[in-house]
Design a protein around this ligand. Structure first.
Ligand code: FMN
Length: 245
């Protein structure tokens, strides 16, 4: 009888611990893993860069096949993966988070103004929803788990093929990251960088047997609303990623 209160306290502590672990794993989004690690990118492939140039074409008809995490990881890495670790450059402002190195695409002053979002509709082992690529971790941060392809396509002047591709990449830019060093030239630098990233992704698609098209025709405010972007972050390009139909 004397042991009963201790047993109750132990049960209560056990219950609290189990609940705590479950909450940490599910996060507030209800997703099992708020941060999804991606498979290591491969550093060689079967297609030469010249063959990729030669066969790249804009595609506007996709099968809704699921992409797997290996393909998704490779595409994110081609866009903004960290390829060479270096110390934080001294000109980066105080408090500016450093991603740990240089990336697959060049960036004026290594200031990296671009962010990569994935609107997932159909992927293996990944719920439909909105994710942000974390270059330093080579992982995806879950933002929420609602398929946004339809509202995204509506915000892109109803370009319906954005609802067909299993995954849609949205590239955004934060101009002030570049403006701290380059002032008025920041706009042009950020736009040059988006072009480089789009071409990396297009050529990586070719090498993976996938297709894309650079979509620049969209309503900026509507896209910002769909993705709930902060005021200083602007949508710059959209790339459907999928198998050609
Ligand atoms: C900055 C930019 C914006 C574009 N915007 C769109 C678009 O909104 N919708 C679309 O279907 N294609 C878009 N395209 C794709 C072009 O139409 C395509 O690249 C062009 O027709 C040449 O074909 P190719 O890419 O197969 O060589 C865009 C391309 C670029 C570079």
């Amino acid at each position: 009888m004397m042991l009963l209160p201790y047993f109750r306290v132990a049960t209560l502590i056990f219950f609290i611990l189990v609940c705590g672990v479950c909450f940490c794993q599910s996060g507030s989004s209800g997703q099992k893993e708020p941060v999804v690690p991606l498979p290591e990118p491969r550093l060689s492939g079967g297609l030469s860069v010249e063959a990729a140039f030669n066969q790249r074409r804009s595609v506007r008809q996709y099968s809704n096949d699921a992409l797997n995490l290996t393909q998704i990881g490779q595409l994110c890495w081609s866009a903004q993966g960290v390829t060479k670790k270096i110390e934080k450059p001294f000109w980066l402002p105080e408090g500016r988070e450093w991603i740990g190195g240089l990336k697959t695409a060049p960036s004026a002053g290594a200031l990296y103004p671009l962010e990569i979002y994935l609107v997932i509709g159909n992927a293996d082992n990944l719920s439909a929803g909105l994710y942000r690529y974390l270059p330093a971790k080579h992982a995806l941060k879950t933002i929420h788990t609602t398929d946004l392809r339809k509202p995204l396509s509506e915000a892109a002047l109803d370009q319906g093929f954005l609802t067909q591709a299993g995954v849609v990449m949205v590239i955004t830019g934060i101009y002030e990251r570049t403006a701290v060093k380059y002032g008025d030239r920041a706009g042009r630098y950020v736009h040059m960088e988006v072009g480089a990233v789009c071409q990396n992704v297009a050529l990586q698609c070719e090498s993976l047997g996938l297709s894309t098209v650079v979509v620049g025709a969209f309503d900026d405010d509507q896209i910002s609303q769909v993705l709930k972007l902060p005021g200083n972050e602007h949508p710059l390009a959209i790339l459907p990623l999928g198998k050609k139909q």
